[in-house]
Design a protein around this ligand. Structure first.
Ligand code: FES
Length: 418
């Protein structure tokens, strides 16, 4: 696929022995896609081809062996000159994998836990064979470096997530002179303000943030809650008095036959590739699903020189042996395409909130689980607030409003705010 600005400086990386041109610092998955490669590995059980879906580290479809380390989420790792990439779980080759026969032999799937149950010797033999043939990659080439001790931090107020809601909250806290720290796992703030296709978005704004700082868990030590934050190579244990979570949601993969084919991508992944990384992942992009996002994405695709098809149609199935080559939609029937962009709101990322004691409830209107809060975003744990798409599908302008309201509540003295 052509890059939208082909004159950018490039470095060379290696994929299964082939030389690829890449931009230093861009996610490895972007470099691979820009070199016209959508198959990243094979699935460990059926050996069906795998390729990136979410581009946010949430789906595990982009795993590769990178510089001898297996199972690296390539959408989260920046390119460095000379990097060595290898595809996983294929025999002999990811394009022609003989173990793909599993997918045809066991057409109606099989339960590997019960396969040959009751035949002890056969089970032992099969287990040995299965261990050789399946699994996610093979062990690293070298032992991991010694771990550095964790860095302990204490803060009064921590904001997690630098998208519309988190940024708007951080800006308001800044304006009101409230000391806080904002963690953002990407190397830039903005979230969908800088990568989404949504029409009528507010212009992106900035706020001081700790970039590349990923919150990977929430725990308590002697009753004192803390966040586990990975920043570079170091683990930080971040104790807090009050917490505002604004981490958005996970791209949802709709259910339809062949939805795991490389070339099926989240609508937001496609818009991120175009807007943030200057890569059009295919010439013919079917923008299916939720109508308003599909229409905005179609405009983005056309602006990037691609063809937008089946805009807002309902998907019936994807076609293709190795990668997507067509889609059946209603209305419209079967249409040739290279990429299927599945548009729709993400599933709220409620995990951290739940760990912090917030309640998570089913929202029948939005058809997803959401974090329950009051109008300011305060959860069942009075020290924990939530804003944005963790509370359900909404525009980035509405998320920013929620961030503002939560910041105003958090700006009050602790006793008053809680
Ligand atoms: S985890 Fe990398 S594309 Fe989803």
């Amino acid at each position: 696929m052509p890059r939208l600005s082909p004159t950018d400086p490039t470095v060379t990386i290696e994929l299964d022995g082939d030389q690829l041109q890449a931009r230093e610092g861009e996610p490895v998955a972007c470099a691979v896609i820009a070199n016209d490669q959508l198959i990243f590995s094979r699935s460990p059980k059926y050996h069906r081809p795998r390729g990136p879906f979410c581009m946010t580290g949430a789906c595990a479809q982009c795993l590769m062996r990178v510089d001898g380390i297996p199972n690296v989420a390539t959408c989260r790792v920046p390119v460095k000159a000379g990097m060595r990439l290898e595809r996983q779980n294929a025999m002999p080759d990811v394009r022609v994998d003989l173990l793909r026969a599993n997918d045809f032999v066991f057409r109606d799937w099989f339960n590997h836990h019960e396969f040959m149950a009751g035949w002890p010797i056969a089970e032992q033999v099969l287990l040995k064979i299965a261990r050789q043939l399946s699994g996610l990659g093979v062990l690293p080439e070298r032992a991991a470096a010694d771990r550095q001790p964790a860095i302990i931090e204490e803060h009064d107020l921590v904001v997690v997530g630098g998208g519309a809601a988190g940024l708007s909250a951080a800006r308001q806290l800044e304006t009101r002179g409230v000391k806080h720290v904002l963690f953002e796992r990407d190397l830039h703030v903005g979230g969908r303000l800088t990568s989404g296709a949504e029409a009528g978005q507010p212009a992106p704004w900035n706020a001081p943030a700790r970039l590349g700082a990923e919150v990977v868990g929430l725990f308590a030590d002697d009753g004192k809650p803390f966040l586990a934050v990975v920043e570079g190579e170091r683990l930080h244990l971040v104790f807090y008095q009050r917490l505002l979570l604004a981490v958005g949601g996970h791209a949802m993969l709709p259910t339809f036959p062949n939805n795991d084919l490389p070339g099926v991508m989240a609508g937001r992944a496609v818009s991120m590739l175009i807007r943030r990384h200057g890569i059009l992942p295919g010439r013919r992009v079917a923008c299916v699903g939720e109508a308003s996002e599909a229409r905005s994405l179609a405009e983005l695709v056309k602006g990037a020189g691609g063809e937008a098809l089946a805009v807002g149609a309902e998907i019936v199935r994807a076609h293709g042996l190795r990668t997507v080559n067509a889609v059946t939609v209603t209305p419209g029937g079967k249409i040739d395409c290279d990429v299927i962009a599945a548009c729709g709101p993400p599933s709220p990322a409620f995990e951290l909130a739940r760990c912090a004691g917030a309640e998570v409830v089913w929202n029948p209107a939005a058809r997803c689980f959401v974090v329950q809060t009051d109008s300011r975003g305060q959860t069942a744990n009075p020290a924990v607030f939530v804003a944005g798409e963790m509370r359900g599908p909404m525009s980035s302008a509405a998320a920013a409003e929620q961030g503002l309201a939560a910041a105003d509540a958090l700006a009050r003295p602790l006793a008053e705010a809680t």
